[in-house]
Design a protein around this ligand. Structure first.
Ligand code: NAI
Length: 261
């Protein structure tokens, strides 16, 4: 637990399920008020608000696409109107599709760039335009991936969006460091969330993935939520422009284990 987080206000995009939902719950446990953005999963968002309020916390669910300026502005407005401010912005929403690159349609490409990369840009822009004129400190956390580093054939749009997000984070961190605004990313490895549900239904695929992870297991969404809470808190006050990989060691290049290569 991080005592400085109590009473802080956060926006979490894609917060109705998966990693975003774990972050929402973790933030609420810290005593934060949370604006939960969802795109289609109204039930998941409403259920989360219900669970948080039942425990005496504060949350509100707001529908909207993160790929639009209005969608992000509505989240900021909800934070200000309902909770009186904004301290932390988490751009978590994202998705991936698999296809050989020569068969990826322009629409499929554009949609992933729009949600995974333009979404965090628009979220950061909305938050910065609140923090800067009001002279407030700020904290942005963007959900990247191990694939900001590791190429993944047949997922070119996804890897490109996360690689771009990595440079966006670093650039923003440098640009606004003097304004007391920190910008970091989390780079999850393979986590147990709906994005992977279909893939891991096949136990051989799950085993194959686990064999690529030094810690030999798929991650729990709460592992990512713990990282988000730390980045949101003052415990990380001297950290900016970084990607915190939460990946069981997958970015350590398992293929070289035991001196191979
Ligand atoms: P998920 O599929 O469970 O959740 C993604 C969320 O984003 C959903 O709530 C979905 O509705 C929302 N979303 C999609 N398009 C949206 C839009 N246009 N506007 C608003 N919300 C939208 O996936 P998961 O695993 O929780 O992923 C969350 C983030 O973590 C994504 O950015 C993903 O790329 C990243 N990630 C996930 C990993 C994993 O193994 N689960 C690994 C590395 C990164």
């Amino acid at each position: 637990m991080y005592p400085d987080l109590a009473g802080k206000v956060a926006v979490v995009t894609g917060g109705s399920k998966g990693l975003g939902n774990a972050i929402v719950h973790r933030f609420a446990e810290e005593g934060m008020s949370v604006v939960i953005n969802y795109n289609t999963d109204m039930n998941g968002a409403a259920q989360t608000v219900y669970e948080i309020e039942k425990l005496g916390g504060h949350a509100i669910a707001i529908k909207g696409g993160v790929e639009t300026e209005e969608g992000n502005q509505a989240l900021l407005d909800a934070a200000l109107e309902n909770f009186g401010g904004l301290d932390i912005w988490v751009s978590n929403a994202g998705f991936e599709t698999q296809n050989h690159t020569h068969e990826v349609s322009l629409d499929e490409w554009n949609r992933q760039i729009a949600v995974n990369l333009t979404g965090p840009f628009l979220g950061a822009k909305a938050a910065l335009n609140y923090w800067l004129p009001n002279n407030k400190p700020g904290n942005i956390i963007n959900m990247s991936s191990i694939h900001e580093l590791i190429p993944w054939p047949t997922y070119a749009a996804y890897t490109t969006s996360k690689g771009g997000l990595s440079m966006f984070n670093k650039t923003l961190a440098m640009e606004y460091a003097e304004s007391n605004i920190r910008v970091n990313a989390i780079g999850p490895g393979a986590m147990d969330t709906p994005i992977n549900a279909k893939r891991f239904e096949d136990s051989s695929v799950r085993q194959e993935t686990e064999s690529m992870i030094p810690m030999q297991k798929i991650g729990d969404p709460y592992d990512v939520a713990d990282a988000a809470a730390w980045l949101a808190s003052n415990q990380s006050k001297y950290v900016t422009g970084q990607t915190l990989f939460v990946d069981g060691g997958i970015t350590l290049y398992e293929a070289f284990d035991g001196g191979k290569g």
